[in-house]
Design a protein. Structure first.
Lengths: 204, 76
């Protein structure tokens, strides 16, 4: 009678040791998370950042292909080194941050998943929404899982894991209704976006 | 005379402020690295750096000022 009970208890303990999918919150308390954008223009490239990153990604280090989640960027957080340019960019002619306050990427699936020493590379396919227009895109991403690293970034005793997501992709502004076919001699139609964000999963 | 001296001052100011041949900037981005994750991120600091359009507009206004001095002047 005791043997099956012991077996069941052992099985339950063993299954608790297997890593389960963990939800990582990408609202970084240190304000490091940002998406950098780069587009060529008449005098010099326009370079800026969008720092209002939030969202959640569910990641299992033992099954990275099953990763899901959504990353949200506040449109109003887009910024360049010139405040007039930033104001112009956020206006209704370009991003229209008032009417479209969020830029989102919803991860649907990961393909070509390769994992080596805590780092997973994959092609992330999902729905990218900018200025109210949603398109299916595929982004090459690198996911770095840092177990028990939360404490190093925050405060002693704050146990938890970190997940760093990096990616780089190019979009065409005309595809998202941003001055399609206009001003292309002054501002390039292609926008390069570089993502480097970290999510944390505190352990209770 | 005044327009010539002002042009020199304007050019010297633009050059001393970094000789920025791009657009005028009122914030400068400084790259920093998060030690744990290795993520490089930008921190903006208030700093005025006149660009080429600042220099161009200033020189244009001084040329206009120089031209105005000839208006109403009687030929000798």
């Amino acid at each position: 009678m005791k043997l099956p009970l012991l077996f069941t208890a052992s099985l339950a303990f063993a299954s608790s040791l297997v890593a389960a999918p963990t939800v990582f919150d990408f609202k970084d308390p240190k304000g490091v998370n940002a998406v950098q954008f780069y587009l060529d223009s008449l005098l010099e490239p326009i370079v800026g950042t969008a720092s209002g990153v939030t969202g959640e990604i569910t990641f299992d280090p033992d099954a990275p292909a099953a990763t899901t989640g959504t990353i949200v960027v506040a449109s109003s957080s887009l910024k360049t080194s010139n405040s007039t340019m930033t104001e112009h960019m956020l206006g209704d002619g370009w991003i229209d941050a008032t009417a479209h306050p969020e830029i989102t990427f919803e991860l649907v699936k990961l393909d070509n998943v390769k994992t080596a020493s805590g780092t997973t590379t994959a092609d992330a396919s999902g729905k990218f929404t900018l200025k109210g227009v949603t398109k299916d895109i595929t982004v090459p991403v690198k996911l770095t899982y840092l177990p028990d690293a939360l404490e190093k970034r925050t405060k002693p005793g704050n146990k938890g894991d970190l997940l760093v997501v990096r990616g780089e992709f190019t979009i065409n502004r005309a595809d998202y209704g941003i001055k399609p076919g206009q001003n292309e001699d002054k501002v390039a139609s292609e926008i390069k976006l570089t993502l480097a964000i970290v999510g944390s999963a505190p352990k209770a | 005379m005044f327009a010539g001296i002002a042009s020199l001052f304007l050019f010297a100011y633009w050059a001393a402020a970094g000789g920025n041949r791009g657009w005028t900037k009122n914030q400068l981005a400084e790259k920093q690295t998060d030690e744990v994750t290795g993520i490089e991120f930008l921190v903006y600091k208030d700093h005025f750096m006149p660009g080429i359009e600042f220099l161009g507009l200033g020189l244009f206004l001084l040329i206009v000022l120089f031209a105005i001095t000839f208006i109403g002047r009687r030929p000798r």
